[in-house]
Design a protein around this ligand. Structure first.
Ligand code: A3P
Ligand code: EST
Length: 290
């Protein structure tokens, strides 16, 4: 870890949204970011399948060429717009050097997305995952990725999550905001649970959205190469080459399943969470499978 890095800096607020300390320092560059009309945006709340769908998109775009997809790590092929930290290029710097057309990752809610994405009418792929599995996955990510504040105990983290006092704020506002926006914009709204249920079907949805037509053979290759095991074993997609993460605490590619929350929530936490969930989701037709 570089000497100039504070291991667990506090979150900061940008336009009312909590964000990682170093990200807040670079915020002006994010606000000013100039999207191009052919940029493809991959948007998610953290831990909802961002890396998985990034890998699928990357493979579809290069026609299933696994060699090309291997020449750089996924976090370099699909730069993270608002990312910034000591001794590393920021997301906006990486994007300025990237060949067009670009694929861009973001965790920003609709309310703070740089306006140029709306002005240029960029295509967006949004992935949502059920709140309970997101909370569990996020807790383990906070533990392993320095740069996040101390998560505290699981119970403390779960309370912060329900209060929206975690990086990127409230899960419910995020998923509902993008769900509403899909009626007005060119947004493909996917669910992690559907990707688990039938990855081939969801890969085909992405292919159609990108205006591509690939053979069954290529689609099968993409399916194999984007499976949990293949990505976990692949240094270009398992974040093992990324600094500031301790995979011995919890690997980035952790479990990759639906319903892991059942191993983490107590009966009482589950009751409290269900109450929170009913409250937050009473004003939307968006629904999740747990
Ligand atoms: P778990 O912590 O539940 O295992 P993100 O990329 O948005 O940070 O999301 C990370 C989560 O997606 C982790 O969840 C990770 O294991 C899971 N994931 C990543 N690639 C996957 C794949 N190919 N199939 C299923 N799950 C995957
Ligand atoms: C947060 C969410 C995410 O989906 C990916 C990453 C990669 C960049 C990470 C950040 C994160 C967590 C915190 C850091 C940051 C780079 C420096 C910072 O310490 C590890």
């Amino acid at each position: 870890m570089p000497a100039d890095m504070e291991k667990r800096p506090p979150l900061k607020l940008v336009s009312g949204m909590p964000i990682l300390g170093p990200f807040a320092e670079n915020w002006e560059n994010v606000v000013q970011f100039q999207a191009k009309a052919d940029d493809l945006l991959i948007s998610t709340y953290p831990k909802s399948g961002t890396t998985w769908v990034s890998k699928i998109v990357d493979l579809i775009r290069n026609g299933g060429d696994t060699e090309e997809s291997q020449n750089k790590a996924i976090f370099e092929r699909v730069p993270f717009l608002e990312c910034a930290g000591p001794s590393m290029p920021s997301g906006t710097e990486l994007l300025d050097k990237l060949d067009f057309p670009r694929v861009i990752k973001t965790h920003l809610p609709v309310s703070v997305l740089p306006v140029s994405f709306w002005e240029k009418n960029c295509k967006v792929i949004y992935v949502a995952r059920n709140a309970k599995d997101v909370a569990v996955s996020y807790y383990h990510f906070y533990r392993m990725a320095y740069g996040h504040p101390e998560p505290g105990t699981w119970d403390e983290f779960l309370n912060s999550f329900m209060e929206g006092k975690v990086a990127f704020g409230s899960w419910s506002s995020h998923v509902k905001g993008w769900w509403k926006m899909r009626q007005q914009r060119d947004i493909l709204y996917l669910f992690y649970e559907d990707m688990q249920e039938d990855p081939r079907r969801e890969i085909e949805k992405v292919m159609t959205f990108l205006g591509k037509d690939l053979s069954d053979e290529v689609l099968e290759k993409i399916h194999q190469n984007s499976s949990f095991q293949a990505m976990k074993n692949n240094p270009m997609s398992n974040y093992s080459t990324f600094p500031y993460m301790d995979h011995s605490i919890s690997p980035f590619m952790r479990k990759g399943i639906c319903g892991d929350w059942k191993n983490q929530f107590t009966v009482s936490q589950n009751e409290i969470f269900d109450e929170y969930y009913r409250r937050e989701m009473s004003d939307t037709d968006l629904s999740f499978r747990m």
